[in-house]
Design a protein around this ligand. Structure first.
Ligand code: SOE
Length: 339
């Protein structure tokens, strides 16, 4: 077996998720490469690191969001495509088996024409006004480091999945709010203005004509990581909920009338996406496995020469939507999404 040396940048909560995936992937997936973790050091400068790595001919798996904004993201995409190195962005929720199953059902045309897409990502961990901004774990509250608040951190996940499942978005109209305007900064010790959005909501129109609404907040008391999505089509609808991640809810209007109703599919059978690699039917997997799947797909892409998505270019498409959301929230107007 060939080795794939991995230099990991960043070692917080996400760093643990990635390190775990690199260590475990070979135990469950038959791959030609065995990833070996070589280095770990802190940083939040995706652009500088990714461009330097591309110029050095390295393959790159980048945490989401790809960059601070679309302008930076485009520079990264250009550098990566010029260097011709394999690349991917960690939008891990695509690889929860129930979400991948949703993609299969949509691609098979089972929903028919799509009318509505609805997604939200709710958390509650920043409600306390005593929580400082900046530093380990709290850099997400510091706009200079994070780029934005929940728009880039949480809505970006919803947007990536939506673009994957439902195609490109044409335009958006958004509203954001910063509920706590000042917080002490961990690094300077001073009380500073808060530059992130604490809540972000937007309406969108997709290129396929469907209408959408999206919401993310860290001020939804009681919700820890409630990512839900719902898609309503002409023939069928799909619902998924991260708190019950191994289930896909599916309603098919073409079912026999007397038996028609929502099915709760327990996505644990060996003919479900990824599940043949894990346990026997009925036994569940969880959040961490989405990262294992992403590494496995990345390596399989190297082997087959068919790169796995989302690539940096796909990540840029999400950045363009988040840019449009932030621009619309500022101007109060509809904004066309750059493509
Ligand atoms: C924020 O709390 C966070 O950790 C995000 O940064 C992750 O991307 C998301 O998957 C879970 O929530």
């Amino acid at each position: 077996m060939k080795t794939l040396n991995v230099g990991m940048i960043g070692y917080g909560f996400m760093g643990r998720a990635h390190a775990n995936a690199f260590r475990r992937v070979g135990n469950f997936f038959d791959l030609e490469f065995q990833p070996i973790l070589k280095a770990a050091c802190p940083n939040d400068l995706h652009k500088e690191i990714a461009i330097a790595a591309a110029q050095a001919g390295k393959m790159i798996l980048c945490e989401k969001p790809l960059s601070m904004d679309g302008k930076e993201g485009l520079q990264m995409v250009r550098a990566i495509e010029k260097a011709g190195v394999p690349n991917m962005v960690y939008y891990n929720y695509r690889r929860i088996p129930a979400v991948t199953l949703a993609k299969q059902l949509i691609d098979e045309g089972r929903l028919g024409r799509i009318f509505h897409y609805r997604a939200k990502f709710l958390q509650d961990w920043t409600i306390s006004k005593d929580l400082p901004q900046g530093g380990t774990g709290l850099w997400r509250l510091d706009a200079k480091v994070a780029g934005s608040g929940v728009t880039g951190d949480l809505l970006a996940h919803c947007i990536d999945t939506a673009l994957w499942l439902n195609g490109p978005m044409e335009k958006v109209t958004a509203m954001t709010e910063t509920f706590i305007k000042q917080r002490k900064h961990t690094l300077t010790g001073k009380v500073e203005a808060v530059g992130i959005d604490d809540a972000s909501l937007f309406l969108a129109r997709f290129a396929n004509g469907s209408l959408a609404n999206f919401e993310a907040t860290r001020y939804a008391r009681g919700h820890k990581a409630l990512y839900t999505l719902e898609i309503n089509g002409e023939n069928a609808s799909i619902c998924w909920d991260l708190h019950d991640l191994h289930r896909l809810q599916f309603f098919d209007h073409r079912d026999e009338g007397r038996l028609r109703g929502w099915r709760s599919i327990h996505v644990t059978d060996s003919d479900h996406p990824y599940m043949s690699k894990w346990w026997v039917p009925g036994l569940q997997i969880g959040y961490e496995h989405s990262f294992v799947h992403q590494v496995a797909d990345f390596i399989e892409g190297l082997q087959s020469g068919k790169p796995a998505a989302p690539t940096f270019r796909d990540g840029l498409a999400t950045d363009y939507v988040t840019d449009a959301v932030l621009k619309s929230a500022k101007s109060g107007r509809w904004v066309t999404v750059q493509r």
